[in-house]
Design a protein around this ligand. Structure first.
Ligand SMILES: Nc1nc2c(ncn2[C@@H]2O[C@H](COP(=O)(O)OP(=O)(O)OP(=O)(O)O)[C@@H](O)[C@H]2O)c(=O)[nH]1
Ligand SMILES: [Mg+2]
Length: 355
């Protein structure tokens, strides 16, 4: 769990098994020889559940690709044109789509590829390699002591507050103490929403009055976190301001104040992107990264979109790692992003899903 995070919080290793994987539990009398098989079963079950959640993308993407090649004997121009349309529609991005088609065309020309079935396999392998190639362990600068501070940013409605609620749950299950910070002070409803997540998780929420300076909320909260020896601080920010001030300037200020109060904080600037917005999400990531400096991404609403190809696009085009994916509105609907697992789930066929 949370490979990028594990280094500091050893407690994570003692975490109870995640509720979403009700597989054969390991017990002390499980023979060692059975462990690999159990692990494999667990992996399959995780992939299948993810595949279920990605059903919209799979219908418009994976199944379309399957259908395109079904019963065909030859690769022709029309087939490649249709393939291009499928890839673009799933939001893989123009550049990635062109690169894939070029790869395929080259292979056809060199007679390394002739039948549609092997083309399908080549395509899958190439897309999988796009998703996994940037899957490096993005190291984080961990504080030697004191809380690990995560500042969550993104435009309005992308799922910041919900994601914070889910992350709090995940870390809490792993045995960490959590503090939530309502730095979206521009709407009373925003504070109330975070407080609901606080109650749900039974964790403290630091909030000031509506309209207060977000930086002062954060300043106070970090003081509380230090004195209470909190493990993880999650800071919720506004997605849109109802004043004339500039959102990016406001976020920069919050970040500066954090660093002043606690050198090195925030340790993670997590940008939340709504996967249903497709290419727009990529533009947001670029803007936020230029202005604030983003260290990790969360892609939400992958359950409700056929544009899950955006993941390929992001893995390919951005140097920022995806930390989490949101696959529903429930507290458990957040996954650590695992490139291999995602690629396997994306390409799970209808037949495999039914098994
Ligand atoms: N289906 C689905 N819905 C999600 C997911 N994440 C968030 N949502 C929903 O998206 C809507 C907006 O979520 P919020 O968490 O309020 O978004 P926000 O970014 O905090 O919004 P503002 O505070 O207005 O900027 C809510 O209805 C959430 O339930 C997800 O992974 N899947
Ligand atoms: Mg919010």
């Amino acid at each position: 769990m949370l490979g990028w995070f594990k280094k500091k919080f050893k407690k994570q290793d003692d975490a109870p098994p995640r509720q979403e994987t009700p597989i054969a539990e390991l017990s002390t009398d499980t023979p060692e020889s059975e462990l690999p098989a159990i692990k494999e079963k667990k992996k399959k079950s995780l992939v299948s559940r993810l595949a279920e959640k990605l059903s919209k993308t799979r219908e418009s993407f994976t199944y379309q690709i399957d259908a395109l090649f079904l019963g065909k004997k030859e690769i022709d121009g029309e087939m490649l044109d249709n393939l291009e349309e499928i890839l673009i529609t799933a939001d893989l991005g123009v550049e990635t789509t062109m690169e894939l088609l070029e790869h395929v065309r080259r292979k056809v020309k060199r007679h390394e590829l002739s039948d549609p079935n092997s083309l399908k396999e080549v395509l899958k392998e190439k897309i999988k390699s796009f998703i996994t190639e940037n899957d490096r362990d993005a190291s984080l600068v961990m504080p030697d002591d004191g809380p690990f501070v995560i500042m969550v940013i993104g435009v309005n409605g992308v799922g910041k507050t919900t994601t914070i609620g889910k992350i709090a749950h995940k870390f809490q299950q792993a045995g960490n103490s959590i503090l939530l910070v309502a730095a979206d002070t521009f709407r009373a409803a925003a504070v109330a929403q975070l407080q609901i997540w606080g109650e749900r998780n039974k964790v403290q929420v630091v909030a000031h009055k509506e309209g207060a300076d977000p930086s002062s909320v954060v300043f106070d909260a970090l003081g509380i976190a230090q004195s209470k020896k909190i493990d993880i601080v999650l800071v919720d920010t506004a997605g849109r301001l109802h004043t004339n001030s500039n959102l990016m300037e406001e976020l920069k200020k919050i970040k500066r104040v954090m660093d002043k109060k606690m050198a090195g904080a925030p340790h993670e600037v997590l940008l939340v992107i709504d996967a249903t917005t497709g290419q727009n999400g990529i533009s947001q990531a670029k803007l936020f990264n230029e202005a604030i400096g983003v260290t990790g991404l969360t892609l939400t609403k992958l359950d409700g979109t056929s544009k899950g190809g955006i993941v390929v696009n992001i893995c390919r085009g951005m140097q920022i790692p995806i930390r989490f994916i949101g696959i529903g509105e429930h507290i458990d609907d957040l996954r650590d992003f695992d490139a291999g697992e995602f690629a396997d789930a994306l390409f799970q066929s209808r037949k495999e899903q039914k098994k």
